[in-house]
Design a protein around this ligand. Structure first.
Ligand code: MF3
Ligand code: CO
Ligand code: CO
Length: 291
């Protein structure tokens, strides 16, 4: 591309003032195919306008999670939480991304105790004191997706074991995010995340993982929460990903409910926890776009 042409990223700026240096740095990078190192495709690079739109979507998504924090209590059914989340998202101009996504029947996912993820809200599912609950919410605002989840301890108290799992899982996510750096590799995230889980005697779910996000719900790359440093896709400024470790107190195997086709549980019925943030890879590190 010529230096005076408009940049391929859609910024409207001249190439020389936009991604020319970026492309030069990328072309000079050596990729070790034995380590699965690959160049990120251009479609995963978001421009300033794209980023601003995911950031705005994230504000609504975070507000919805804040509302969930106020509503979670012993005795509430998870369908009421689902309805309140949808009402909040829609009244702020957004769309709940999960609704009808690949046939998913509700607005958000609410996963309790041994449910790893994709728990379907229901009038029959009542939260009780001591449950550990993940609420996972994705908002579409002006066509852009922001995806995050938090854990809640129903009634504020649970067993020391469950409390530790919730805390360590959050730390796994944070360590993964700290390990995400521009011009380093995707595998660094999982390496940091997984090491912390195993140091605490936990296992990492590998059947599901994080993902690119922004112009669509689930984009490349798949983000593993365990793995090796310096492997996988190169991380570069403008990429937007989720880091969303699912950590089990017991073994890592999971099973999907055969009746509803969605609910994922630990095979050994031990507790599982998950936290999720949407992050942007910046020139210097990361920016959280939804949490
Ligand atoms: N929010 C989940 C994620 O983190 C995806 C849920 S898909 C649904 O990627 F269909 F189950 F809602
Ligand atoms: Co999510
Ligand atoms: Co996600």
């Amino acid at each position: 591309m010529m230096r005076n042409e408009l940049c391929w990223c859609g910024s409207g700026k001249k190439y020389k003032k936009c991604h020319a240096d970026f492309d030069e740095r990328l072309s000079e990078m050596k990729f070790d195919f034995m380590r699965g190192q690959v160049r990120p495709p251009k479609k995963l690079i978001n421009n300033a306008e794209d980023i601003a739109k995911v950031r705005a979507s994230g504000v609504v998504n975070d507000g919805t999670l804040d509302l969930m924090a106020e509503l979670v209590r012993p005795g509430i059914d998870t369908e009421s939480l689902d309805a309140a989340a949808a009402e909040y998202i829609r009244s702020h101009g957004g769309i709940p991304a999960c609704l009808h996504y690949e046939g998913y029947p509700k607005n958000v996912c609410i996963s309790i105790n041994d449910v790893v993820c994709h728990g379907i809200p229901s009038k029959q599912t009542i939260l009780k004191e001591g449950d550990i609950v993940n609420i996972d919410i994705t908002t579409i605002l002006d066509g852009y997706y922001a995806d995050a989840s938090r854990m809640f301890i129903v009634g504020g108290h649970t067993t020391p074991e469950a409390e530790k799992l919730v805390r360590v899982t959050r730390e796994c996510m944070e360590r993964g995010i700290e390990a995400a750096r521009p011009w380093h590799f995707l595998g660094d995230i999982g390496a940091a995340c997984g090491a912390h889980a195993r140091e605490n005697g936990y296992s990492v779910v590998t059947a599901l993982g994080g993902h690119g996000v922004g112009k669509d719900f689930h984009l490349e790359p798949f983000v593993p929460h365990t793995g090796k440093k310096d492997t996988g896709m190169l991380l570069v400024p403008g990429m937007i990903l989720t880091v969303e470790p699912m950590i089990n107190a017991g073994k890592s195997a999971v099973v999907t409910d055969r009746k509803d086709g969605w609910t994922v549980r630990t095979k050994d019925k031990t507790l599982s926890a998950q936290w999720e943030k949407t992050i942007l890879i910046t020139e210097t590190g990361t920016e959280v776009l939804s949490s």
